[in-house]
Design a protein around this ligand. Sequence first.
Ligand code: HEM
Length: 141
Amino acid sequence: MDRVVNETLRMFPIAPFVARQTSKVVELDGKHIPSGTVLFLNFVGVHRSPKYHQDPLTFDPDRFLPDRAAAMHPYSFLPFSSGSRNCIGQPLAWMMVKTLLASILKTYQIRRNKVKRNTSDSISIQYGQEYFVINTIEGLA
Ligand code: HEM
């Protein structure tokens, strides 16, 4: 479950970018950024960059297997930001996401399908060329 959540946060980060204001002149790539400039840090761009992630637009939870995750650049995956102002709610967020996911999986069956299937007991959500068909396990009331 951790791998699936991490891969979801990589492709669809809840905070796709953060902003920071410089408090002094910063040199970046040979350019001098004046003090007081607001910089937008493009996390989703890093998450989807082929420079940091192989085949970045493919949903592949196995890229978070321990060996592969250890080989990732330390700043190539930033769903909770990093450094001294990173997310202090991260442990709680993980508990909430897992609890929610467990209750969804307990209540619904989710399958991939090539065709849309909206019936009285199921709905389809499109993702790319495919659909996710969602049924309640007990059947809809
Ligand atoms: C999946 C859920 C969450 C994600 C993806 C997330 C992500 C982030 C990110 C990217 C930042 C940095 C924002 C910035 O610097 O501009 C942040 C900061 C923060 N988050 Fe979260 N967050 C989540 C859930 C939570 C929860 C549940 C709490 C509290 C109960 C929380 C509390 C905070 C606080 C207080 C900060 C500011 C920390 C600081 O500036 O020192 N977050 N979060």
